[in-house]
Design a protein around this ligand. Structure first.
Ligand SMILES: Cc1ncc(COP(=O)(O)O)c(C=O)c1O
Length: 454
């Protein structure tokens, strides 16, 4: 039976836990004042802002990190899912440092870029690869290739998905529920000021997990030539595709001659060797990669079919960047993909993911918490809703952000560094021990006990 949660109790526990977090991170609390003089909000990216204030990290080894106050945490944030290999992995650190002594940048071709491309091509079942330096650039390149190929300017994206910070996709990322319009005709809502209206009008949104809605939108909008989708939504916790949904998306986009891009920036190297392409067996026209692919160095990559990528070869589409395929990133990516993330590594991540999901679900069941666990391999979270979340609209209706924040505080004051914000999930590493996973679950149990007490 689901326990009823007293909002007053949640507020009181939140106040207590925030006080405890402030007490143990006072140096960060002071430093943010200094930092704000030169960095807006005291941080390098607005994603690093958090309540009550940003906590500055000084180093990390394996599954553990240390903050400015000297607190040590077991890391479940892992740099927004980049560090699935753990921090300062010896093989990757060695590859980076050896390259540093041989020259990190020439803006000229190098052989490692070819070896990494071969490995990515093998994993994701697409023949051609080009690099960039972030997920934003990877999806930007993907959309440009798709627009050029289809000859159509409009694109469709999923409501509530994040694909980086360029104009075409900073639309309906986390819109206010009051602005999103009816489900049959979702409104395209800019995520930030500064997006020209003419560009906003080119991005149409549809709900996730609804193949009929997609078919209808593509029938009604013949000027759409591109679809970009995260095969598992990972910017509202974790929302897996319903059985058959990705297959339907593949079929419908083919029917309408729409180029299909899988944004595997988060799922890429983290849930299986070949990401969602391998997990679900659906191959799109283009795959965007970044994050974990580079083993902790800045990377982006777009993979595609001969037809799509041939546009680069024949000069129809310009794909460029000073640091693309630079030796430092390529050395880290090669060590990561070829030496470290082997079959055993993925088996470890699968086992660890299952332990976390089972452990957290058992806590939800024991205390009747209005929540459930959901995840795929290294990525997972507790969704603070009783019903499964299927898309952004059910997330807005059901997700309890206050409980999520309180759960996060419990972890932070108990030496578990968890990604802040309701949108995120944990990322496990090949370095996490069972004891660390059980510690996460035990802290979650303390939280569940306290919040349902009385
Ligand atoms: C699914 C997805 N796509 C693209 C991006 C953008 O990647 P980057 O921050 O490297 O530009 C992100 C970043 O969080 C992401 O989660």
């Amino acid at each position: 039976m689901t326990a009823s949660i007293d909002p007053g109790r949640v507020a009181e526990l939140t106040r207590k836990m925030e006080e405890a977090l402030r007490a143990r991170t006072s140096r960060s609390g002071e430093f943010v004042e200094d930092a704000s003089q030169v960095l807006p909000g005291g941080v390098a990216s607005s994603f690093q802002e958090q309540s009550p204030y940003p906590i500055y990290i000084v180093e990390g080894h394996g599954s553990r990190i240390k903050d400015l106050d000297g607190n040590e945490y077991s890391d479940f944030h892992n740099g927004f899912g980049v560090m699935v290999v753990g921090h300062a992995h010896p093989a990757i650190a060695r590859a980076i440092s050896e390259t540093a002594y041989r020259g990190t940048h020439f803006a000229a071709p190098n052989q490692a870029a070819v070896r990494v491309a071969r490995e990515l091509s093998r994993r994701f079942r697409l023949p051609k690869v080009r690099y960039s330096n972030s997920g934003t650039e990877a999806t930007l390149d993907g959309i440009r290739l798709a627009r050029a190929y289809s000859g159509r300017d409009a694109i469709v994206k999923i409501e509530g998905s994040y694909h980086g910070h360029h104009d075409a996709v900073m639309v309906s990322v986390h819109p206010d529920a009051a602005d999103i319009g009816p489900r049959s005709q979702p409104v395209s809502v800019p995520q930030t000021a500064g997006i020209p209206k003419t560009l906003l009008d080119l991005t149409v949104v549809v709900p996730f997990n609804d193949a009929d809605a997609l078919d209808a939108v593509l029938s009604d909008n013949p000027d759409i030539g591109t679809m970009i989708i995260e095969p598992i939504m990972m910017n509202i916790g974790v929302v897996p595709p319903k059985d058959g949904y990705l297959e339907a998306v593949r079929e419908i986009t083919q029917k309408h001659d729409v180029v299909l891009i899988f944004d595997e920036v988060k799922t890429g190297a983290t849930i299986a060797s070949g990401g969602a392409v391998e997990t679900y067996g659906v191959v799109p026209d283009l795959v965007a990669l970044a994050k974990a692919t580079g083993g902790g160095t800045p990377i982006g990559a777009i993979l595609g079919t001969e037809e799509l990528m041939g546009q680069i070869t024949d000069g129809t589409v310009t794909q460029i960047g000073t640091f693309n395929g630079n030796p430092l990133t390529m050395a880290a990516a090669e060590a990561t993909l070829i030496e470290v993330l082997d079959k055993d590594a993925y088996a470890h991540l699968d086992r660890a993911g299952k332990r976390m999901l089972d452990g957290c679900q058992a806590v939800c069941d024991e205390y009747g918490l209005p929540a459930h666990s959901v995840g795929v391999s290294s990525k997972g979270c507790v969704m603070f809703s009783t019903e499964p979340i299927l898309d952004y609209r059910s997330y807005c209706d059901q997700f309890d952000e206050d409980l999520n924040y309180l759960g996060w505080l419990y972890h932070m004051v108990n030496d578990v560094y968890m990604t802040p914000g309701a949108d995120e999930q944990w990322t496990l590493t090949i370095m996490h021990s069972n004891e660390e996973l059980d510690h996460y679950i035990n802290v979650f149990k303390e939280f569940a006990k306290d919040v349902t007490a009385g």
